[in-house]
Write a protein that binds this ligand. Sequence first.
Ligand code: UD1
Ligand code: CA
Length: 454
Amino acid sequence: MNKKFETIILAAGKGTRMNSKTPKVLHKVGGKPMLQHVIDAAKRSGSSREVVIVGEGAELVTQSITGVEFVLQKEQLGTAHAVLCAKENFVASDGNVLILCGDTPLLTTTLLKNFTAAHEDSDCAATVLTAYMPDPTGYGRVVRKENGDFKEIVEHKDASADEREICEVNAGCYCFDVQKLFGALDKVTNNNAQGEYYLPEVLTILKSAGEKICVFKADYAEETLGINSRVQLSAADKSMRMRKERELMESGVTIEDPNSTYIDVEVEIGQDTIIKPNTFLEGNTKIGSDCVIGPNVRFENMIVGNNVKAQFSYCHDATIDNDVTLGPYVHVRPGTRISDRVKVGNFVEIKNSNIGKGSKLPHLQYVGDADVGENVNLGCGVVTCNYDGKNKYRTKIGDNAFIGCNTNLVAPVTVESGAYIAAGSTITKDVPKDNLAIARSRQTNIPNWNDKRK
Ligand code: UD1
Ligand code: CA
C-alpha cells in the first residue's frame, strides 16, 4: 500500500524550443494540456496535495488549471530554484514529496505508484526515476559508480563525450524526504554550462552529506518522455492516442482503423460501439453502447446515447439521445437536444433547438432556436427564419405536426399540435391545433398561353 505524499510540479519554464506564444505546459496531448496529464497522474497515484510552480505565462496557466496550489517563480533560474520557491509551502510537511515536471505527459499511474512505493520501502533520502533512451540527446545522463550505485547526473550541455554515450537518462521525476530536500536545496550552485540552478545537483549534495540515493529505472522509457519541441509533442500525442485506443478496444469498442481515428483522452465510449475511419471524438464527448460512428464524423463535447448511427457529420456541444440516425452531412450546433428515434438526414443544420421523440428532419432543413415536439415531420427545405437582423426568436412546433416542403416559419411563431402546413407556405401567424395553414398565392393557369405567345 502506498502512503500519501505531496507533489511539486515544475511548470515555470519558458519552453523556448516550442517557439510558441502559449506556455509549453499548456500545449495539448490527446486533447488535454500536458500539465493536466501530470497533475491527474499524481492525484491518481496517491498524491494528497499538488503545488505547481508557475512563471512563464503564469496567468494563462493558472486560468486553465484548477484543483491545485500555485507558487510563482518570478525568474526562471533553473529547476532547483523552482523547487526552492515552494519552501514556505512545505515548512509544516513531513514524509515524502514527489517532484514531477509539467512537460512529461505520458507518465502513468502505475509507474508513479511503483516509483513512490519503492522510495517508501527504501532508506534513501531521495530516489530518482531514470529510463533507457536509445537517443538520449538533451536529457541529463545518469552516471553510476563501478558497483552500479548512483554517482551523479550530468546535463547534456555539461557532459563530456564519454558521458554523452550514456543512454540512461534522468526522467526529471524524484521522490525526496521533504525536509532533507529543503535542507540541501540552498546549497545548489549555478556553476555550469547554462548558469542555472539544477535540481539534480541536490542528489550529489545529499550524497556527500552521507545520505543514500536510490535509482528507479522505468520499464517503459516512453512513459518518461520529456516534451521540449513540437516534434516531440506530436510523438507524445501519437503515443497517448494509441494508448487511449488500446484501452477502448480492450473495453469492448471496435475501432476499425486506429490510424485514422483521433480520440481525446477524456472521451468515453460504451460497449460494442463501432468507430469507423476518419472519425474525431474530442473534448468531453461521451458515447453510449451499440452505436456506429463514422466514417467522417467529428463530435466535440457531445453526449450521445445508445444505438446512434452517425456518418459524415460535425456535431458540437449538444446532446443526442438513443436510436437516432444522423447524416450524411449534418451540422448539429451548441444547445441542441435530439431525442430518441429522431432521424436527421442529408444536409441539415440544427442550432439551439429541441427535437422531440420520433421526429423526422430528413433533408435540407435549417432549424434554429426551435422547440419541435414529438413525431413531427419537417418536409424538405423547411427553414426557421429565426433572425430579423437584430434579434433571434423561437419557433414552436407541437406534437404530430406536419410541415410541408419549402415552408418558411417566421419566428416568433407557434404551430400547434396536429397542425398541417401546405408546401411552400411562409408562416407568419400562429397555426391553431389540427388546422391546415396555406400561406401562398393561389395558382392561376392561363389556357393556350403558349399558342398566343407564338
Ligand atoms: C530536465 C533535467 C534533466 C532531465 C530532463 C527530463 C534539470 C537541470 N535537468 O532537463 O536532467 O533529463 O528534465 O525531462 O533539471 N522549470 C521551471 N523553472 C525553471 C526551469 C524549468 O519551473 O527555472 C520547469 C519547466 O517548466 C519544465 C521542467 O522544469 O516543466 C524541466 O525544465 P526543462 O527546461 O524542460 O529541463 P530539461 O532541459 O528538459
Ligand atoms: Ca524538459
